[in-house]
Write a protein that binds this ligand. Structure first.
Ligand code: PEP
Ligand code: MG
Length: 752
């Protein structure tokens, strides 16, 4: 058969391009196309089915009866064509009429054909049609033929998608997704955005699928391969000494894959068959994705993901070398990606980036942390996002509803615009609160601080009108870095934070890693229960070098300034004493070096393990302050993993057990004269914050965006009345505590 040689399919691809380029109507082009494929492939039948609405419609054929065109409509689960569409894989069978899925359509006159080869017409993973060849003789098509037809289908897909002129003929054909869709995911960073989709990993651009000069394309591919390999080598070598465990393994695997001759061979075959270098990579990527959808084994899935990443790197490298360049970012870009690294995100800058939508990702991922710091809305875990969105589509993101709309209807857009306007009105109203005191109606001053983790966060201090930083999560620097930050880098960051804070206090929390916060360059053993495992202060005490370096950096950064440090997840007094002793050693060291040292030093414990809540009296005289991390405290208290969506929302902090526990903690801390604050997410929720004040807490630290709403609540609250109401609720066997608190707030005109 003519296509067995790569040259054969090159001929087909060239003719394909000629046919599609002629400006006559779409039907005649498709008619000539099937005729050409049938002639070149020596097939008795060649047909194109395109998906129109919910059916696969015969759009063009040679070999079947002409009357069947546009009349034969198969539902998606019908016949062999339906099977190809459903599985998104080629189907190659010698005796079609005996296949259990064969469906006889008399109008096509199909009965005499035995051999059947159908391949999906795919674009960005969506099946929007099926290309079929059939022969009278019973035979199995060989591998080259299958491959050739797949390549033709891929090019056909791009060409149909890019057809200019009258598209009404293609009405309802989902060549590219066109209907409005709503995807529900998870909000990783707060905000509402309307913008235009920009793909982080663009697929091969239209019109560059076929190339006439295989020598040139091979050279381009070689250059790109070379630069990808060099990049990987450089990464491994530069970080070589510091990389360990998992991340090294991943990079090594990557490098091995990049050297894989069979991968390269397949790419070159694609070029030999007449594809451009980009299209050859795109074809490989499609094949990896198709495999990915059927593989369940997690190890294999990871490898296929790695391969796909390599394909993406190659595409990027080709885009740079091929003069196609990165397309200009629109002014209101919504970035679309499977997942995103923090450095990649920062590269996009903040001017034009209005939002980020991810197919995967996690709320504590590094990119999510950066997005929150930059104030860019981010929604993740949007299923099938990449398949459903095209560059240039209008996309809206809404963190309040954790949803994204793709190509939204005008009503949806209008309502989003209204909400954006409302938010900016609210923001203007909140801005007025900035310089007002956080004081209750009955005269109690409340301290409101922000949680931060990056230098970027510090600008929020002013905008929020906060007293200081109640929780500085030092691990963020470690998480957004490719390698372990050195002493100097740590010192520099802490000094910068203190500079930016000026006279406002900053409470640094020492490294809180482990659990869901994994550092790529720190070897971690797999644990059955990471949340209950080797994390936070436990790592610090077992790996004193890590903790001591950090304390040294803090002491150095705070030279001649006040220093406040707290340790995460202290579970008993002994741990706190041991950590404090490390701090003392670093102070002594600083003095020995002749430094002035901090002007004052306060050391605190985070109350996150319930056990510490029962020994607050023993902390008196040892700790200078306490801070409750409600995120962790509640996960341990209710035995519900905070990172597991199935259980994390099952228990309510505003319920009897949690509030009775918190009340006891507040009383014990007051008796021990230990200043105590609350710094988990709950501190930023108005009803929760109201309840905390009622229980006796006076210091809250929260995400910066929550300071203004909480301040408004504080200024509308009679704390004594709230305390009386809350205590009454807790002294009785109240069941629906949240509702009762809401009723109180409404009755007392508290602004929530
Ligand atoms: C907490 O657990 O409530 C807390 C503030 O710490 P993190 O969320 O960083 O674990
Ligand atoms: Mg915590």
């Amino acid at each position: 058969m003519a296509t067995s040689a790569p040259g054969g399919s090159r001929v087909i691809l060239r003719r394909l391009r000629e046919i599609m380029a002629v400006g006559d109507d779409v039907q005649s082009r498709l008619d000539r196309l099937v005729a050409m494929i049938a002639a070149t492939m020596v097939a008795d039948v060649c047909s194109i089915y395109l998906r129109r609405g919910e059916a696969l419609e015969l759009f063009a054929t040679v070999g079947l009866r002409a009357e069947a065109v546009h009349r034969t409509r198969l539902n998606m689960l019908e016949g062999l064509v339906g099977l190809v569409a459903e599985s998104a894989r080629p189907l190659n069978i010698p005796d079609a009429p005996h296949h259990p899925r064969f469906s006889y359509r008399p109008e096509t006159g199909e009965d005499p054909y035995n051999a059947f080869l159908g391949v999906p017409v795919l674009r960005t993973d969506r099946v929007f049609g099926v290309l079929v060849v059939q022969n009278r003789v019973a035979k199995t098509y060989d591998e080259d033929e299958v491959e050739a037809l797949q390549t033709i289908a891929m090019v056909l897909a791009e060409m149909v998608a890019g057809l200019s002129g009258d598209r009404s003929f293609l009405a309802e054909v989902e060549v590219r997704p066109s209907r409005p869709e709503r995807l529900i995911g998870r909000a990783f960073s707060d905000g509402i955005a309307i913008g235009v989709a920009v793909l982080h990993e663009p697929h091969a651009p239209l019109g560059r699928m076929i190339a006439d000069d295989p020598v040139l394309e091979t050279a381009r591919l070689n250059t790109a391969l070379h630069s990808v390999r060099l990049g990987l080598d450089a990464m491994l070598e530069s970080d070589g000494s510091r990389l360990s465990g998992a991340s090294r393994e991943v990079l090594e695997t990557f490098r091995l894959l990049a050297q894989d001759r069979s991968w390269e061979q397949r790419l070159k075959e694609g070029i030999g068959a007449g594809l451009s270098a980009e299209a050859a990579v795109e074809r490989a990527r499609q094949q990896h994705r198709a495999k990915l959808s059927s593989v369940r084994d997690p190890y294999l899935r990871d490898r296929l993901h790695d391969l796909e990443d390599l394909d993406n790197r190659l595409l990027r490298s080709l885009a740079q070398s091929g003069g196609l360049g990165r397309t200009e970012m629109p002014a209101n870009a919504i970035l679309i990606a499977r997942d995103l690294g923090p450095a990649e995100l920062l590269e996009y800058g903040t001017d034009r980036l209005k939002g980020i939508a991810l197919e995967e990702g996690g709320p504590s991922s590094h990119a999510a942390i950066v997005a929150r710091a930059l104030g860019i809305p981010m929604i993740g875990r949007l299923q099938d996002l990449l398949r459903r969105v095209e560059p240039g589509d209008v996309v809206t993101l809404d963190s309040e509803l954790s949803e994204a709309h793709l190509r939204p209807q005008s009503e949806v857009l209008a309502s989003m615009q209204q909400r954006i306007a409302l938010r900016s009105e609210q923001a203007a109203e909140f801005a007025k609160l900035r310089d007002l005191a956080a004081q209750t109606l009955d005269g109690h001053g409340i301290s409101l601080s922000i949680n931060a983790g990056l230098a970027l966060d510090m600008r929020n201090l002013d905008t929020a009108g906060a007293e200081g930083v109640g929780l500085f999560r030092t691990e963020f620097q470690f998480m957004v870095s490719e390698t372990l930050p050195r002493l100097r880098a740590q010192t520099k960051l802490y000094a910068e934070i203190l500079d930016l804070a000026g006279r406002r206090p900053v409470t640094f929390r020492t490294l809180d890693i482990g659990g869901d916060k994994i550092l790529p360059y720190v070897t971690a053993e797999r644990e059955d229960n990471p949340a209950l495992g080797w994390r936070a202060l436990r790592i610090g005490l077992d790996r004193p070098a890590l903790l001591r370096y950090q304390l040294r950096a803090l002491v150095e950064a705070a030279d001649a300034r006040a220093l406040r440090v707290m340790f995460p997840l202290v579970a008993n007094i002994e741990e706190f004493d041991a950590a404090r002793a490390f701090m003392q050693r670093e102070m002594d060291l600083a003095y020995r070096k002749g430094r002035a040292g901090p002007t004052s030093l306060e050391i605190g414990a985070m109350l996150e393990a319930p056990s510490l809540g029962f020994v607050i009296d023993s902390l008196a005289g040892r700790a200078d302050f306490l801070s409750i991390g409600t995120n962790d405290l509640m996960q341990y208290f209710f035995a519900a993993d905070r990172g597991n969506a199935r259980v994390s929302d099952r228990y309510d902090l505003l319920s009897l057990p949690a509030l009775r526990f918190l009340r006891q903690i507040a009383r014990d801390a007051a008796a021990a004269r230990l200043p105590i604050s609350i710094c988990g997410e709950a501190a930023g929720k108005t009803l929760e914050a109201m309840t905390f004040l009622a229980l006796g807490f006076e210091r809250l630290s929260m995400p910066a965006g929550r300071v203004a709403p909480v301040k408004r609540m504080v200024r509308s609250l009679d704390r004594r009345a709230a305390a009386a109401a809350v205590n009454a609720l807790l002294d009785a066997p109240t069941v629906r505590v949240r509702e009762a608190l809401l009723t109180f707030a409404q009755g007392a005109a508290v602004m929530l």
